[in-house]
Design a protein around this ligand. Structure first.
Ligand code: A5A
Ligand code: MG
Ligand code: ZN
Length: 468
């Protein structure tokens, strides 16, 4: 196990995020602390989507014949599908698949829902569990067989331009979501051999975990008319013609939570952005024999005040050593800790420890501005976590001019390599073969350089990295 893997498994356990002892490989239990982080992350996501998407909920099971309808799609998933074959003791005459994703559950219904051009565009999403019988090494939150937090959006458009615009819109939504979580990312267009089964093309978000391997944390697919033709989803134009629709879909998973934990965390444990922290502030009384009651009363009132003003706060009045409390809240990643003793109350001060910097400072306690002051610190913490993460990310993208150099960098530093590429599939596969890692995708157009491998004029700057 790598150092990061070990750290990751330990913190999931110690901070009570996920219990991995459930007796099915790749299926785990969300514990209360983890569930809260998940809930707050989903709140942010829903807020972004609810602007112009409608939330729906489709059945978990897909009839075999529907799943099989789209040949390219089913080919891509056939090795990963779990099947239900019996109802009690009775063999089913039609097998039922546990959704690996919901195109083939939703699109037969969309065929019924879409009528006229005036219905379009339609934008739906659902947050559900999906099942994939993954054969690569499973890891909690990163590669699971029950994806418990699968957010999938599906949109329908009258023309190709509408779908194209939606791809860009979805990318913006995900950028804004990851920005709120301080997760750095790079967006690439996946090579054709790595696109979503049935898509015209796939845009993907990758981030970098501390062990230098990238993690695909979101994908946006332009489905063109492939599924529309298979499932006969048509609409009537203003002129009374029947046309196939254009579609997109885009998805995120538990990997977002893995990234929050893995990217911001450090040797003291979790380090949560205030946007998803179950407690944003924890109040720890510093007690001496003299004045203990005053301190407890003061902290209790302070707790109420913060709570009333929408700050997620916890007053830790347990009768244990303060040092033990400090250790625990640091490990759990609480962004801001306030320590208050009798002298502080007298002097109208409090000691604040920022989890992101581990720096203690003494704050003035101003009754009228306190909430604004604390919110400003929380905003600074978010910004600082994000800046640190981006800096680390950018430092780990390195250009290479030859495949030997790429291999060298990967050996020494891991991370992401950028290089000029001709875009040709057979050349790309030779590159992957040589460096023994995957091409993530096409990052930006670039026609002035040469392909790192075949020497032909390059079409793009592409990225490659060791991936999860
Ligand atoms: N219907 C489309 C959106 C779809 O299924 N796309 S996808 O196959 O790319 O999955 C969406 C996202 O789910 C991926 O980008 C990846 O971040 C995540 N994901 C895929 N398999 C996963 C697994 N086994 N465990 C955790 N997350 C996974
Ligand atoms: Mg897969
Ligand atoms: Zn080439």
């Amino acid at each position: 196990m790598s150092e990061f893997s070990e750290w990751f498994h330990n913190i999931l356990e110690e901070a009570e995020i996920i219990d991995t002892r459930y007796p099915i490989k790749g299926m785990h239990v969300w514990q209360p602390q983890g569930f809260k982080i998940r809930k707050y992350a989903l709140n942010l996501l829903r807020k972004l989507l609810d602007d112009d998407h409608e939330e729906v909920l489709f059945p978990l099971l897909i009839p075999e014949d529907e799943l099989a309808k789209e040949a390219i799609h089913v080919k891509g998933f056939e090795e990963e599908v779990y099947w239900i074959t019996h109802g009690g003791l009775t063999p089913l005459n039609k097998k039922l698949a546990l959704r690996p994703t919901s195109e083939t559950a939703m699109y037969p219904m969309l065929k019924l829902w879409v009528r006229s051009h005036s219905d379009l565009p339609m934008k739906f999403y659902q947050i559900v569990n999906t099942f994939r019988y993954e054969t690569k090494h499973t890891r909690p939150l990163i590669r699971v067989r029950e994806i418990t937090t699968f957010k999938e959006a599906h949109t329908i458009h009258a023309d190709a331009e509408g779908a194209q615009k939606q791809v860009n819109n979805a990318i913006e939504i995900y950028e804004s979501f990851f920005d709120q979580l301080g997760i750095p990312y790079v967006v690439t267009r996946r090579p054709d051999w790595d696109k979503f089964p049935g898509a015209d093309y796939t845009m993907a978000f990758d981030t970098l975990l501390p062990d230098g391997k990238t993690l695909q944390i979101g994908t946006v697919h332009n489905l063109g008319q492939t599924f529309a033709r298979t499932f006969e989803i048509t609409y009537e134009t203003a002129e009374g013609e029947h046309e196939y629709v254009y579609q997109t879909c885009y998805g995120l998973s538990d990997r977002v939570i893995a990234s929050i934990i893995g990217i911001h965390g450090d040797s003291s444990g979790l380090n949560l952005p205030p946007s998803v922290a179950p407690y944003q502030v924890v109040i720890v009384p510093v007690l001496f024999k003299k004045g203990a009651k005053e301190v407890l009363d003061f902290c209790s009132k302070l707790n109420d005040k913060l709570q009333k003003n929408g700050i997620r706060v916890h007053f830790d009045d347990r009768d244990i050593r303060a040092g033990k409390k400090y250790y625990e809240w640091e490990m759990r990643g609480v962004p801001l800790r306030l320590e208050i003793g009798p002298r502080d109350i007298e002097n109208k001060k409090m000691v604040a420890l920022r989890r992101d910097t581990m720096v203690k400072e003494t704050l003035d306690y101003h009754e009228e501005t306190l909430i604004d002051d604390l919110n400003e610190i929380l905003t600074n913490i978010s910004q600082n976590l994000k800046n640190k993460a981006w800096q680390e990310f950018n430092e780990n993208i390195r250009p290479a001019n030859s495949l030997e150099e790429a291999k060298d960098i990967l050996m020494k530093n891991k991370g992401i390599i950028s290089f000029g590429w001709c875009g040709d599939e057979s050349c790309g596969k030779e590159i992957e073969e040589f460096v023994q890692v995957d091409i993530l995708g096409l990052h930006e157009e670039s026609t002035d350089g040469k392909c790192i491998h075949c020497g032909a004029p390059s079409k793009t700057i592409a990225l490659l990295a060791k991936t999860y």
